[in-house]
Design a protein around this ligand. Sequence first.
Ligand SMILES: NC(=O)c1ccc[n+]([C@@H]2O[C@H](COP(=O)([O-])OP(=O)(O)OC[C@H]3O[C@@H](n4cnc5c(N)ncnc54)[C@H](OP(=O)(O)O)[C@@H]3O)[C@@H](O)[C@H]2O)c1
Length: 446
Amino acid sequence: MQEYGDGETLPPLRIGVAGLGNVGATLVRILQKDGAELTKKLGRQLVVTAVAARSRSRDRGIDITNLDWFDDPVALAKSEGIDLFVELIGGEDGPAFAAVKAALEIGRPVVTANKALLAKHGLTLARMAEESGAQLGFEAAVAGGIPVIKTLREGLGSARIAKVFGIMNGTCNYILTRMGNEDISFADCLKDAQALGYAEADPTFDVEGFDTAHKLSILATLCFGYEIAPDKIRVEGISRITQHDIKVAADLGYKIKLLGIAQRTDDGIEQRVHPTFVPKGSAIAGVDGVMNAVALETDHVHELLLAGPGAGGPPTASSVLSDILDIARGTRVPPLGVPSHELMPYREAPMRAHEGGYYIRLNAKDVPGALAAITTRMGERNISIDSVIQRSDLSAKAVAPDGSPTRTVVMITQQTLESSVRESLAQIAADGFIVGEPQLIRIETL
Ligand SMILES: NC(=O)c1ccc[n+]([C@@H]2O[C@H](COP(=O)([O-])OP(=O)(O)OC[C@H]3O[C@@H](n4cnc5c(N)ncnc54)[C@H](OP(=O)(O)O)[C@@H]3O)[C@@H](O)[C@H]2O)c1
């Protein structure tokens, strides 16, 4: 064993892993395979001594015969036979929460990849960790293999961050990329994503934007020093995106990406998750398929883009390992970047104050005067229209309840207040010139 620091030889770090699924089994495999090399790097041995999962007999492609087995993750978290508890079960409450609390309560360091748990209980867990002097690592919880938490907590620890945005869900990015490259509907792309294991059987959490919102809430706290507030995020998913939207975006020089965006404003913090038009030439537009990316706008470094695999066993296990290495080395940082008592109560900026360009797609009745009436309503709220597009190939061929045919109309606005756009669309709907709900997508210049 090599010596560490002032000549003291550190004992092996005994690790207990709860959850041996995609990430947990990969972590155990890497530690068993690369253990000797990691010991050389660290000057300290890392050994998995105990594991917990539901089924003891399930073949996971790893040898667990010499490891202590626990049916109960809480018992593992409290076991005398481990120095570090790794939670890879998942879920915002239940056994994951109970086990992480049990470990922190006795001052035992914890590493988790669980964004749902962090988004809901991150503040409580950070307080518990600080009180008991335990470390809490969660690098893998945001953007899988991309070291964004460490970058924010340490590399950019002294920076003032104005805005963070990114593609944080590989399932959505895969679907939008394929819809853009091939003439395939959202539903067909989703089926393929499920067949390839990129999407869950119930994809709601991913495609409706909630997974991105969890990750964004954690990033926003690390960036701005406010308490975690996932419930204050305005969330729109990608299930209403059609080929019409993708094609018009492409014609106008944009791609559609599901972005999570958080920024400081004079009125507080604005956090939103929604499909977004991004310029084709922007760095974020080049992040395709299941890849993730997080962009940071800071005072001194200016813009920084971190891109890479956002999910999958090996990339996620690599981030878990990075936290384990930090704990083995004795690195100490407050879990949420600053001591939790220094976090400010969340101050929500009203979403309606958002100002930007908008893509609007609506089904207008194909009757004389309809388009003029629609644009007049826009003008009443000082909304300047950049372009109006009517393409027969994009027509939804819907028929209004009164039997009138309809025509798909797309409008691109100049910079305008979201409140004006929404009020104007409500008025247009009340006038009876459109059928169905308009599609509204924000355009970010980035
Ligand atoms: N997969 C990814 O790419 C990825 C990326 C980033 C973050 N994460 C996060 O990493 C965590 C793990 O994800 P995963 O994909 O590895 O999940 P997974 O494949 O579903 O594995 C979950 C594991 O937890 C075990 N488990 C479930 N309930 C349990 C209980 N009550 N007691 C003991 N063990 C229990 C399961 O046991 P059995 O095997 O016996 O059923 C399974 O081994 C989640 O928080 C997830 O959000 C995953």
